[in-house]
Ligand binder design. Structure first.
Ligand code: ADP
Ligand code: ADP
Ligand code: MG
Length: 461
């Protein structure tokens, strides 16, 4: 392994995950911590930690200069960005390169090309991959009206620079277009610093299917199967599975090949995910976007493949070839992940930071919990509310669902509110157990349950 010391430019469970993968490969780690995370498990688990700024992420985890100078100051030869924060900022990959630090991810050019969804759609189309019918950039409400007329309602307004489900608006009819356009534009500017919008036909009965990709610098590209991430709230994933049980067999190979084609054509290096939307009525899939980083839900793929995707990322960045060829990737069983957050589902998913007084995660065969939490940990109010990811694996989907129900029952967290009660409720629904869902299902269950979302949310559905 040509990497000696990795700078971990993230926090929470993914920072711990990266530290463990490094340790397994005999690589040293330095964790970047904000002043609020000085005593975190991450700070303790790394060989060394260094404070990169005050609690607010704009002053610490999002500050490229502070991150780079801390990595240089601690003599790190590589940097792992995790997900979120700076993971998809080409400027970070560039700054790493300029300073002789290996960026554990693709090069800046790949991040830039795929980071703009309009460009990414154009590329996918060039490669012969189906994309949802939609528009180029729409500059104003007038252009949006003309384009929506061509596409037909309902349309989805999306941000070119979008991520995390933000800045997206479903528009049912022409009358709603102006208000939605102005709101989406303002939201995109505030969230991403880029108000550029485009339109896509809105697919109502859809599934989110994505394919895990790995590419090395020797020209090898493989996929590690697909995931179904259709259980979403506000276009953000809540429960993810692998494989995608509902994907018609004839489409499975096609969607995997489509993903490999895209990654090959752009000369993609490292781990990435190609996201697709499956129209369940038409039994057709379309390219949505590419995420040029490790994803939150990567453990479900690990659970059915036996591969360690973060170790794979480290090897790739170190110049080694992929550890497996396509034919050596064997997928078996079924895995499910639940995202457990510090939120109160009963109060419109209001964030609930604070002191965790009791923390007893489930355990046993086929159960994995990725977390940075423990009894006595105080969840800071400054960051994403993800506390833990519960991952279960069964021989088949039914076994995995049963295991997840049991594991959720066993999970005890006191002191703060979490989404565990809400996840228990979902895991028991018959449609969920049978796998008869689409990307709108979770919100429709929420709207009809005692987990009443705030009024604004129900209106958005
Ligand atoms: P995944 O596809 O890996 O589930 P998500 O879209 O849920 O990814 O995003 C992973 C993390 O990154 C989340 O914490 C999310 O809030 C954050 N995130 C995603 N996109 C952006 C973005 N453009 N700007 C800031 N944070 C983002
Ligand atoms: P983000 O960058 O925020 O992750 P995506 O383009 O990946 O944005 O879309 C996030 C989610 O929004 C999808 O998983 C899906 O549920 C929904 N979505 C996106 N595009 C469409 C579409 N054209 N029709 C229906 N739903 C969509
Ligand atoms: Mg996405």
């Amino acid at each position: 392994m040509s990497i000696y010391r990795v700078f971990v430019a993230n926090r929470g469970e993914i920072a711990l995950r990266v530290i463990r993968a490094c340790r397994a490969l005999g690589i040293e780690t330095v964790a970047a911590v904000s002043a609020a995370d000085r005593d975190s498990l991450v700070a303790r688990a790394a060989d060394r930690s260094i404070c990169v700024g005050p609690p607010r992420s704009t002053d610490s985890y999002l500050k490229i200069e502070a991150i780079i100078s801390a990595a240089l100051g601690t003599v790190c030869d590589a940097l792992h960005p995790g997900y979120g924060f700076l993971a998809e900022r080409p400027e970070l990959a560039e700054a790493c390169e300029k300073n002789g630090i290996k960026f554990i991810g693709p090069d800046a050019e790949s991040i830039r090309r795929m980071g703009n969804k309009i460009w990414a759609r154009t590329l996918a189309k060039e490669f012969g991959i189906p994309v949802v019918s939609g528009s180029e950039k729409v500059r104003n409400f007038r252009e949006a009206t003309a384009e929506a007329g061509k596409i037909g309602f309902p349309v989805l307004i999306k941000a070119a620079a979008g991520g995390g489900g933000r800045g997206m608006k479903i528009v049912a009819s022409a009358g709603q277009l102006q208000g939605a356009f102005e709101m989406a534009s303002a939201e995109a500017r505030a969230a991403f610093g880029d108000p550029t919008l485009y339109l896509e036909r809105y697919i109502a009965n859809a599934r989110h299917i994505e394919v895990q990709i790995l590419g090395d610098r020797h020209g090898n590209v493989i996929h590690v199967g697909e995931r179904d991430c259709s259980l979403q709230r506000r276009h953000q994933k809540v429960i993810e599975e692998a494989p995608a049980a509902a994907l018609p067999l004839k489409l499975r190979e096609e969607i995997q090949n489509a993903a490999v084609t895209i990654a090959k054509k752009i000369g993609y290096e490292n781990a990435g995910t190609i996201e697709f939307i499956l129209d369940q009525d038409a039994e057709r899939f379309y390219f949505l976007e590419m995420n040029t980083r490790i994803q939150v839900e990567h453990p479900v793929t690990e659970a059915i493949s036996g591969m360690d995707l973060v170790q794979e990322q480290l090897r790739i960045a170190g110049g080694e070839p992929l550890s497996r060829s396509q034919s050596e990737v064997k997928l078996s069983g079924h895995a499910i992940e639940c995202r457990i957050t510090a939120e109160s589902a009963a109060h419109g998913f209001r964030p609930c930071p604070g002191l965790i007084t009791d923390w007893q995660p489930p355990d046993g065969a086929g159960i994995r919990v990725d977390t940075h939490c423990y009894a006595g940990y105080r969840v800071p109010p400054f960051y994403d509310s993800l506390l833990a990811k519960l991952i279960v694996r069964g021989e088949n989907r039914i076994e995995a669902v049963g295991k997840m129900q049991d594991a959720l029952e066993e999970f005890v967290v006191s002191g703060i509110e979490t989404t565990i009660p809400f996840l228990r409720f979902i895991a028991q629904r018959l449609e969920y157990v049978k796998g008869e869902v689409n990307t709108r299902w979770l919100e429709s269950v929420l709207a009809a349950s005692s987990f009443q979302p705030a009024a604004a949310e129900s209106a958005a559905i």
